[in-house]
Design a protein around this ligand. Structure first.
Ligand code: NAD
Ligand code: IPM
Ligand code: MN
Length: 350
Protein backbone atom coordinates (compact mmCIF):
# COMPACT_ATOMS: atom_id res chain seq x y z
CA UNK A 1 0.00 0.00 0.00
CA UNK A 2 1.16 3.52 -0.75
CA UNK A 3 0.00 6.23 1.62
CA UNK A 4 0.46 9.98 1.15
CA UNK A 5 1.00 11.66 4.51
CA UNK A 6 0.22 15.36 4.81
CA UNK A 7 1.01 16.38 8.39
CA UNK A 8 0.00 19.99 7.68
CA UNK A 9 0.06 22.68 10.35
CA UNK A 10 0.14 23.14 14.12
CA UNK A 11 -0.72 20.02 16.10
CA UNK A 12 -1.39 18.29 12.79
CA UNK A 13 2.37 17.72 12.70
CA UNK A 14 2.53 16.51 16.31
CA UNK A 15 -0.30 13.99 16.05
CA UNK A 16 0.59 12.75 12.56
CA UNK A 17 4.09 11.82 13.74
CA UNK A 18 2.46 9.48 16.27
CA UNK A 19 -0.01 8.01 13.77
CA UNK A 20 2.95 7.28 11.49
CA UNK A 21 4.78 5.49 14.32
CA UNK A 22 1.74 3.33 14.96
CA UNK A 23 1.29 2.56 11.26
CA UNK A 24 4.94 1.48 11.02
CA UNK A 25 4.48 -0.74 14.08
CA UNK A 26 1.39 -2.43 12.69
CA UNK A 27 2.98 -2.95 9.30
CA UNK A 28 6.00 -4.53 10.97
CA UNK A 29 4.01 -6.99 13.08
CA UNK A 30 1.67 -7.94 10.26
CA UNK A 31 4.49 -8.29 7.73
CA UNK A 32 2.49 -6.26 5.19
CA UNK A 33 4.19 -3.40 3.46
CA UNK A 34 3.07 0.20 3.92
CA UNK A 35 4.95 2.82 1.97
CA UNK A 36 4.50 6.23 3.58
CA UNK A 37 5.38 9.27 1.52
CA UNK A 38 5.53 12.57 3.40
CA UNK A 39 4.19 15.55 1.45
CA UNK A 40 5.21 19.01 2.70
CA UNK A 41 1.91 20.75 1.85
CA UNK A 42 1.22 23.15 4.72
CA UNK A 43 1.17 26.82 5.69
CA UNK A 44 4.98 26.81 6.04
CA UNK A 45 5.33 25.42 2.54
CA UNK A 46 2.81 27.87 1.11
CA UNK A 47 4.43 30.87 2.81
CA UNK A 48 7.87 29.78 1.61
CA UNK A 49 6.96 28.89 -1.99
CA UNK A 50 3.62 30.52 -2.80
CA UNK A 51 2.36 27.05 -3.74
CA UNK A 52 -0.48 25.40 -1.82
CA UNK A 53 -0.25 22.16 -3.75
CA UNK A 54 1.37 21.54 -7.13
CA UNK A 55 -0.70 21.72 -10.34
CA UNK A 56 -0.79 17.92 -10.62
CA UNK A 57 -1.43 17.53 -6.85
CA UNK A 58 -4.94 16.07 -6.98
CA UNK A 59 -4.07 13.70 -9.87
CA UNK A 60 -1.02 12.57 -7.96
CA UNK A 61 -3.04 11.76 -4.83
CA UNK A 62 -5.64 9.91 -6.89
CA UNK A 63 -3.29 8.00 -9.19
CA UNK A 64 -0.16 7.35 -7.13
CA UNK A 65 -1.59 6.55 -3.69
CA UNK A 66 -4.06 4.12 -2.14
CA UNK A 67 -5.01 6.60 0.59
CA UNK A 68 -4.11 9.94 2.15
CA UNK A 69 -3.50 10.57 5.86
CA UNK A 70 -3.79 14.19 6.92
CA UNK A 71 -3.06 15.97 10.21
CA UNK A 72 -4.74 19.37 10.12
CA UNK A 73 -4.51 22.62 8.19
CA UNK A 74 -4.93 26.14 9.49
CA UNK A 75 -2.42 28.79 10.46
CA UNK A 76 -2.96 32.32 11.74
CA UNK A 77 -0.39 33.59 9.21
CA UNK A 78 -2.68 32.54 6.35
CA UNK A 79 -5.65 34.70 7.21
CA UNK A 80 -7.86 33.66 4.29
CA UNK A 81 -7.15 29.94 4.89
CA UNK A 82 -6.27 29.65 1.21
CA UNK A 83 -3.95 26.66 1.63
CA UNK A 84 -6.52 24.69 3.67
CA UNK A 85 -9.11 25.45 1.04
CA UNK A 86 -6.88 24.07 -1.73
CA UNK A 87 -5.38 21.13 0.12
CA UNK A 88 -8.25 19.86 2.27
CA UNK A 89 -11.47 21.13 0.68
CA UNK A 90 -9.88 20.92 -2.78
CA UNK A 91 -9.07 17.24 -2.28
CA UNK A 92 -12.58 16.55 -1.01
CA UNK A 93 -14.01 18.17 -4.15
CA UNK A 94 -11.50 17.01 -6.77
CA UNK A 95 -11.35 13.39 -5.57
CA UNK A 96 -15.12 13.54 -5.09
CA UNK A 97 -14.88 12.26 -1.50
CA UNK A 98 -18.60 12.60 -0.91
CA UNK A 99 -18.84 10.56 2.31
CA UNK A 100 -17.49 12.19 5.44
CA UNK A 101 -17.62 9.26 7.84
CA UNK A 102 -17.32 10.32 11.47
CA UNK A 103 -17.85 7.57 14.06
CA UNK A 104 -18.75 8.78 17.54
CA UNK A 105 -17.73 5.99 19.88
CA UNK A 106 -16.88 6.41 23.53
CA UNK A 107 -13.91 4.18 24.41
CA UNK A 108 -14.30 4.30 28.17
CA UNK A 109 -17.08 5.36 30.58
CA UNK A 110 -14.64 7.56 32.47
CA UNK A 111 -14.27 9.84 29.41
CA UNK A 112 -17.98 10.59 29.07
CA UNK A 113 -18.77 14.25 29.76
CA UNK A 114 -22.44 13.48 30.45
CA UNK A 115 -23.80 12.68 33.88
CA UNK A 116 -24.73 8.99 34.36
CA UNK A 117 -23.93 8.07 30.75
CA UNK A 118 -21.33 5.76 29.33
CA UNK A 119 -20.26 3.59 26.42
CA UNK A 120 -23.74 2.21 25.80
CA UNK A 121 -25.04 5.75 25.27
CA UNK A 122 -22.35 7.03 22.92
CA UNK A 123 -21.96 4.76 19.93
CA UNK A 124 -23.23 6.07 16.61
CA UNK A 125 -21.90 7.32 13.29
CA UNK A 126 -22.43 10.56 11.42
CA UNK A 127 -22.40 10.70 7.65
CA UNK A 128 -21.72 14.24 6.58
CA UNK A 129 -22.25 15.20 2.94
CA UNK A 130 -18.78 16.33 1.88
CA UNK A 131 -18.86 17.83 -1.61
CA UNK A 132 -21.53 20.52 -1.69
CA UNK A 133 -23.70 22.64 0.66
CA UNK A 134 -22.23 26.00 1.63
CA UNK A 135 -18.68 24.71 1.14
CA UNK A 136 -18.69 25.17 -2.65
CA UNK A 137 -17.89 28.88 -2.21
CA UNK A 138 -20.37 30.11 -4.77
CA UNK A 139 -21.25 33.72 -4.10
CA UNK A 140 -19.48 37.00 -3.80
CA UNK A 141 -19.16 40.32 -2.10
CA UNK A 142 -20.53 43.53 -3.56
CA UNK A 143 -19.22 46.88 -2.26
CA UNK A 144 -16.97 44.92 0.07
CA UNK A 145 -15.61 46.84 3.03
CA UNK A 146 -18.28 49.56 2.87
CA UNK A 147 -21.46 50.09 4.83
CA UNK A 148 -23.34 49.02 1.70
CA UNK A 149 -21.66 45.63 1.54
CA UNK A 150 -23.71 42.69 0.31
CA UNK A 151 -22.24 39.22 0.90
CA UNK A 152 -23.73 36.14 -0.72
CA UNK A 153 -22.75 32.54 0.01
CA UNK A 154 -25.02 30.07 -1.71
CA UNK A 155 -25.88 26.62 -0.42
CA UNK A 156 -25.83 24.03 -3.18
CA UNK A 157 -27.94 20.89 -2.83
CA UNK A 158 -28.14 18.55 -5.82
CA UNK A 159 -30.20 15.41 -6.25
CA UNK A 160 -27.01 13.50 -7.02
CA UNK A 161 -25.26 14.74 -3.90
CA UNK A 162 -28.15 14.32 -1.49
CA UNK A 163 -29.19 10.96 -2.91
CA UNK A 164 -25.75 9.37 -2.73
CA UNK A 165 -25.02 10.35 0.89
CA UNK A 166 -28.48 9.32 2.12
CA UNK A 167 -28.20 6.00 0.24
CA UNK A 168 -24.77 5.47 1.72
CA UNK A 169 -26.18 5.95 5.24
CA UNK A 170 -28.91 3.36 4.67
CA UNK A 171 -26.52 0.92 3.00
CA UNK A 172 -24.12 1.25 5.92
CA UNK A 173 -26.93 0.65 8.43
CA UNK A 174 -28.13 -2.41 6.52
CA UNK A 175 -24.62 -3.84 6.19
CA UNK A 176 -23.88 -3.34 9.90
CA UNK A 177 -27.21 -4.78 11.06
CA UNK A 178 -28.29 -1.40 12.44
CA UNK A 179 -31.94 -0.43 12.51
CA UNK A 180 -32.10 3.36 12.77
CA UNK A 181 -31.17 6.22 10.44
CA UNK A 182 -31.89 9.83 11.44
CA UNK A 183 -31.66 12.64 8.89
CA UNK A 184 -31.16 16.19 10.14
CA UNK A 185 -31.86 19.32 8.11
CA UNK A 186 -33.38 22.77 8.49
CA UNK A 187 -36.32 22.31 6.14
CA UNK A 188 -38.55 24.43 8.36
CA UNK A 189 -36.50 27.52 7.46
CA UNK A 190 -34.63 26.46 4.32
CA UNK A 191 -37.68 25.54 2.35
CA UNK A 192 -36.04 25.19 -1.05
CA UNK A 193 -32.78 23.33 -0.61
CA UNK A 194 -33.87 21.20 2.28
CA UNK A 195 -37.15 20.19 0.64
CA UNK A 196 -34.85 18.16 -1.59
CA UNK A 197 -33.39 16.41 1.48
CA UNK A 198 -36.92 15.66 2.69
CA UNK A 199 -38.02 14.22 -0.65
CA UNK A 200 -34.95 12.06 -1.16
CA UNK A 201 -34.89 10.83 2.44
CA UNK A 202 -38.51 9.64 2.23
CA UNK A 203 -37.87 7.98 -1.11
CA UNK A 204 -34.73 6.14 -0.01
CA UNK A 205 -36.20 5.22 3.40
CA UNK A 206 -39.13 3.52 1.67
CA UNK A 207 -36.64 1.13 0.03
CA UNK A 208 -35.37 0.00 3.47
CA UNK A 209 -38.52 -1.07 5.35
CA UNK A 210 -36.46 -2.86 8.04
CA UNK A 211 -34.75 0.38 9.03
CA UNK A 212 -36.54 2.94 11.16
CA UNK A 213 -36.09 6.28 9.43
CA UNK A 214 -36.55 9.43 11.49
CA UNK A 215 -36.05 13.13 10.96
CA UNK A 216 -34.93 15.93 13.25
CA UNK A 217 -34.32 19.58 12.65
CA UNK A 218 -30.64 20.26 13.18
CA UNK A 219 -31.16 22.42 16.27
CA UNK A 220 -33.11 19.62 17.96
CA UNK A 221 -30.44 17.11 16.93
CA UNK A 222 -27.77 19.24 18.63
CA UNK A 223 -29.87 19.23 21.79
CA UNK A 224 -30.58 15.47 21.74
CA UNK A 225 -26.92 14.64 21.09
CA UNK A 226 -26.26 16.07 24.54
CA UNK A 227 -29.45 15.00 26.30
CA UNK A 228 -29.90 11.48 24.95
CA UNK A 229 -27.22 10.35 22.48
CA UNK A 230 -28.12 6.68 23.08
CA UNK A 231 -31.05 6.96 20.70
CA UNK A 232 -28.81 7.39 17.64
CA UNK A 233 -27.24 4.75 15.41
CA UNK A 234 -26.72 6.49 12.07
CA UNK A 235 -27.10 10.23 11.50
CA UNK A 236 -26.96 11.73 8.02
CA UNK A 237 -26.81 15.45 7.35
CA UNK A 238 -25.37 18.15 5.14
CA UNK A 239 -21.85 19.50 4.98
CA UNK A 240 -22.06 22.42 7.42
CA UNK A 241 -24.38 20.79 9.95
CA UNK A 242 -22.22 17.66 9.87
CA UNK A 243 -19.15 19.76 10.61
CA UNK A 244 -20.80 21.30 13.65
CA UNK A 245 -22.44 18.22 15.15
CA UNK A 246 -19.26 16.16 14.84
CA UNK A 247 -17.44 18.59 17.12
CA UNK A 248 -20.23 17.82 19.62
CA UNK A 249 -19.52 14.19 18.80
CA UNK A 250 -15.87 14.79 19.66
CA UNK A 251 -16.86 16.19 23.03
CA UNK A 252 -19.05 13.12 23.65
CA UNK A 253 -15.97 10.93 23.11
CA UNK A 254 -14.08 12.78 25.81
CA UNK A 255 -12.71 15.60 23.69
CA UNK A 256 -12.03 16.68 20.15
CA UNK A 257 -8.64 14.97 20.30
CA UNK A 258 -10.38 11.57 20.33
CA UNK A 259 -12.44 11.91 17.15
CA UNK A 260 -11.51 10.22 13.86
CA UNK A 261 -12.84 10.64 10.34
CA UNK A 262 -12.66 9.42 6.78
CA UNK A 263 -13.35 11.46 3.65
CA UNK A 264 -14.36 8.64 1.37
CA UNK A 265 -15.36 7.86 -2.19
CA UNK A 266 -16.05 4.14 -1.93
CA UNK A 267 -13.54 2.21 -4.01
CA UNK A 268 -11.29 5.19 -4.71
CA UNK A 269 -8.35 6.91 -3.04
CA UNK A 270 -9.77 8.46 0.14
CA UNK A 271 -8.48 10.81 2.83
CA UNK A 272 -8.39 10.18 6.58
CA UNK A 273 -7.88 12.81 9.30
CA UNK A 274 -8.76 13.56 12.89
CA UNK A 275 -11.85 15.74 13.31
CA UNK A 276 -9.92 18.43 15.16
CA UNK A 277 -7.95 21.27 13.66
CA UNK A 278 -4.41 22.59 14.02
CA UNK A 279 -5.04 24.08 17.52
CA UNK A 280 -2.23 26.69 17.23
CA UNK A 281 -1.93 27.35 20.99
CA UNK A 282 -1.09 23.67 21.58
CA UNK A 283 1.27 23.21 18.63
CA UNK A 284 4.78 21.89 19.11
CA UNK A 285 4.40 21.51 22.88
CA UNK A 286 4.01 17.74 22.98
CA UNK A 287 0.58 18.07 24.59
CA UNK A 288 -1.91 17.38 21.78
CA UNK A 289 -3.88 14.16 22.01
CA UNK A 290 -2.77 11.91 19.11
CA UNK A 291 -5.60 9.37 19.51
CA UNK A 292 -7.95 10.94 16.94
CA UNK A 293 -5.15 10.84 14.38
CA UNK A 294 -4.19 7.29 15.32
CA UNK A 295 -7.82 6.14 15.14
CA UNK A 296 -8.09 7.86 11.74
CA UNK A 297 -5.19 5.74 10.51
CA UNK A 298 -7.13 2.68 11.74
CA UNK A 299 -10.18 3.83 9.77
CA UNK A 300 -7.88 4.17 6.78
CA UNK A 301 -6.60 0.60 7.12
CA UNK A 302 -10.14 -0.71 7.64
CA UNK A 303 -11.26 1.03 4.44
CA UNK A 304 -8.26 -0.44 2.58
CA UNK A 305 -9.30 -3.92 3.71
CA UNK A 306 -6.70 -4.36 6.47
CA UNK A 307 -9.33 -5.16 9.10
CA UNK A 308 -7.10 -7.11 11.49
CA UNK A 309 -4.52 -4.34 11.54
CA UNK A 310 -7.24 -1.71 12.06
CA UNK A 311 -8.67 -3.64 15.00
CA UNK A 312 -5.22 -4.05 16.47
CA UNK A 313 -4.76 -0.26 16.49
CA UNK A 314 -8.21 0.36 17.96
CA UNK A 315 -7.59 -2.21 20.69
CA UNK A 316 -4.24 -0.58 21.52
CA UNK A 317 -5.83 2.87 21.79
CA UNK A 318 -8.56 1.49 24.01
CA UNK A 319 -5.93 -0.20 26.18
CA UNK A 320 -4.05 3.09 26.49
CA UNK A 321 -7.22 4.79 27.72
CA UNK A 322 -7.87 2.03 30.25
CA UNK A 323 -4.25 2.18 31.44
CA UNK A 324 -4.42 5.97 31.80
CA UNK A 325 -1.61 6.35 29.24
CA UNK A 326 -3.18 9.53 27.89
CA UNK A 327 -2.63 13.23 27.36
CA UNK A 328 -3.90 15.84 29.80
CA UNK A 329 -7.02 16.79 27.79
CA UNK A 330 -8.54 13.42 28.75
CA UNK A 331 -7.15 13.27 32.24
CA UNK A 332 -3.71 11.71 31.81
CA UNK A 333 -0.25 13.11 32.35
CA UNK A 334 1.62 11.85 29.28
CA UNK A 335 2.98 13.79 26.35
CA UNK A 336 1.89 13.34 22.73
CA UNK A 337 4.88 11.19 21.85
CA UNK A 338 4.71 9.06 25.01
CA UNK A 339 1.15 8.16 24.10
CA UNK A 340 2.21 7.33 20.54
CA UNK A 341 5.11 5.22 21.83
CA UNK A 342 2.89 3.35 24.30
CA UNK A 343 0.30 2.57 21.61
CA UNK A 344 3.03 1.46 19.17
CA UNK A 345 4.42 -0.94 21.78
CA UNK A 346 0.94 -2.25 22.54
CA UNK A 347 0.27 -2.82 18.83
CA UNK A 348 3.38 -4.99 18.68
CA UNK A 349 2.33 -6.94 21.80
CA UNK A 350 -1.31 -7.68 21.04
P1 NAD B 1 -9.26 23.06 16.80
O1 NAD B 1 -9.93 21.75 16.59
O2 NAD B 1 -7.92 23.19 16.19
O3 NAD B 1 -9.09 23.29 18.37
C1 NAD B 1 -10.15 23.66 19.23
C2 NAD B 1 -9.78 23.26 20.66
O4 NAD B 1 -10.00 21.86 20.81
C3 NAD B 1 -8.31 23.45 21.03
O5 NAD B 1 -8.04 24.73 21.50
C4 NAD B 1 -8.13 22.40 22.09
O6 NAD B 1 -8.65 22.85 23.31
C5 NAD B 1 -9.02 21.28 21.62
N1 NAD B 1 -8.29 20.27 20.82
C6 NAD B 1 -8.39 20.04 19.49
N2 NAD B 1 -7.63 19.03 19.12
C7 NAD B 1 -7.00 18.59 20.22
C8 NAD B 1 -6.07 17.55 20.48
N3 NAD B 1 -5.64 16.73 19.50
N4 NAD B 1 -5.63 17.40 21.74
C9 NAD B 1 -6.05 18.17 22.74
N5 NAD B 1 -6.95 19.17 22.54
C10 NAD B 1 -7.42 19.37 21.31
O7 NAD B 1 -10.25 24.19 16.30
P2 NAD B 1 -10.01 25.78 16.07
O8 NAD B 1 -9.20 26.33 17.18
O9 NAD B 1 -11.34 26.32 15.81
O10 NAD B 1 -9.18 25.88 14.72
C11 NAD B 1 -7.78 26.04 14.63
C12 NAD B 1 -7.36 25.95 13.16
O11 NAD B 1 -7.59 24.63 12.67
C13 NAD B 1 -8.16 26.87 12.25
O12 NAD B 1 -7.30 27.38 11.28
C14 NAD B 1 -9.19 25.95 11.61
O13 NAD B 1 -9.63 26.41 10.36
C15 NAD B 1 -8.38 24.70 11.48
N6 NAD B 1 -9.14 23.44 11.39
C16 NAD B 1 -8.67 22.50 10.54
C17 NAD B 1 -9.26 21.25 10.46
C18 NAD B 1 -8.72 20.23 9.51
O14 NAD B 1 -7.68 20.43 8.92
N7 NAD B 1 -9.36 19.11 9.33
C19 NAD B 1 -10.35 20.98 11.29
C20 NAD B 1 -10.83 21.96 12.17
C21 NAD B 1 -10.21 23.20 12.21
C1 IPM C 1 -13.36 19.77 9.46
C2 IPM C 1 -12.86 21.19 9.46
C3 IPM C 1 -12.95 21.80 8.05
C4 IPM C 1 -14.42 21.80 7.65
C5 IPM C 1 -12.37 23.22 7.95
C6 IPM C 1 -10.88 23.23 8.25
C7 IPM C 1 -12.60 23.86 6.61
O1 IPM C 1 -13.54 21.95 10.39
O2 IPM C 1 -12.85 18.95 8.68
O3 IPM C 1 -14.22 19.44 10.28
O4 IPM C 1 -15.18 22.71 8.00
O5 IPM C 1 -14.80 20.87 6.98
MN1 MN D 1 -14.79 20.77 11.74
Amino acid sequence: MRIAVIAGDGIGKDVTAEAVKVLRAVSEVSGRSLELEMLPWSADHYLATGVTLPPNGYDMLRDDFDAVLLGALGDPRVADNRHARDILLGTRFELDLYVNYRPVKLLNDALCPLKDRGRKDVNFVVFRENTEGVYVSIGGRFKAGTDDEVAIQEEINTFKGVNRIIRHAFEFAAAQGLTKVCMADKSNAMQQGHALWQRVFKQVASEYPAIKASHMYIDALAMFLVKDPGQFEVVVTNNLFGDIVTDIGGALQGGLGMAASGNIHPGRTSLFEPVHGSAPPLAGKNIANPMGAILSSALMLETLGWSDEARRIEAAVEAAVVAGETTTDIGGSRGTNQVGDWISREVRKL
